[in-house]
Ligand binder design. Structure first.
Ligand SMILES: C[S@@+](CC[C@H](N)C(=O)[O-])C[C@H]1O[C@@H](n2cnc3c(N)ncnc32)[C@H](O)[C@@H]1O
Length: 210
């Protein structure tokens, strides 16, 4: 099972395991989110990137003007996230916590990014409940995670089947949110040394009803 220490060890060293550029799915949402929600002009929006590791996604959101918090249980990862934010000249708040047990503030964020955070079922359900609670009305959840079809591919992801996502799991956990898009299928990853090549994922965008 994954531990924060194991992630600290993976993140030790100078290189970024998943690159310094944002996740391509999150990045691709920027124009769509510009309508009304305004990721394109994110000033005043509050973003939470959970399981943000070395901070590539949180820093990208901060660069777009969102007031961003990166949460991860790896202090080493978050140290690199802060360094990346400083190098890019943006502010980034960091929280070292277990995503399953954090006290998600009610209606505390306008956007949550859940990118390649894979948790055991009970923890996944607890984190999902926290995310739903922490979204403000109209707030958005963007998620990309590996699906069971990733088994045998070498483009990344956990080896433990119960950590993987299906469309049905996402529908179950986020049933209280409005689905803007939800897909399970094949994508091409090009994200640092650990995510390279074709991959099987669940990806989706939800909005909390107003
Ligand atoms: C595959 S990495 C993805 C990192 C980042 N989201 C990205 O896409 O670059 C998974 C991250 O989830 C974090 N993580 C795993 N379980 C966690 C938990 N229970 N609480 C907080 N972070 C966790 C790990 O420390 C790691 O940084």
């Amino acid at each position: 099972m994954s531990t924060s220490l194991a992630w600290d060890e993976r993140y030790a060293g100078g290189s970024f395991q998943f690159g310094e550029a944002p996740n391509r799915y999150l990045e691709s949402l920027a124009p769509r989110l510009g309508q009304g929600q305004g990721l394109g002009q994110g000033l005043g929006m509050r973003a939470l990137a959970i399981g943000d590791g070395e901070g590539r996604n949180g820093v990208w959101l901060a660069e777009r003007g969102l007031e961003t918090t990166s949460l991860d249980w790896s202090p080493v990862g978050l140290g690199k996230a802060r360094a990346l934010a400083e190098a890019r000249g943006v502010a980034l708040a960091t929280v070292a916590a277990d995503a399953a047990g954090w006290a998600y503030p009610a209606e505390g964020f306008d956007l949550v990014a859940w990118i390649f955070l894979h948790l055991p079922p009970e923890d996944r359900a607890a984190a999902a409940a926290g995310v739903v609670r922490t979204l403000a009305p109209g707030g958005l959840l963007a998620l990309e995670c590996f699906s069971p079809a990733q088994h045998g591919r070498r483009s990344g992801g956990p080896k433990i089947p119960e950590l993987l996502w299906t469309r049905a799991i996402a529908e179950d956990l986020f049933g209280g949110l409005e689905v803007l898009e939800l897909l399970e299928g094949t994508v091409l990853l090009d994200e640092g040394p650990r995510h390279q090549g074709h991959a099987e994922v669940v990806r989706g965008l939800w909005r909390k009803p107003v």
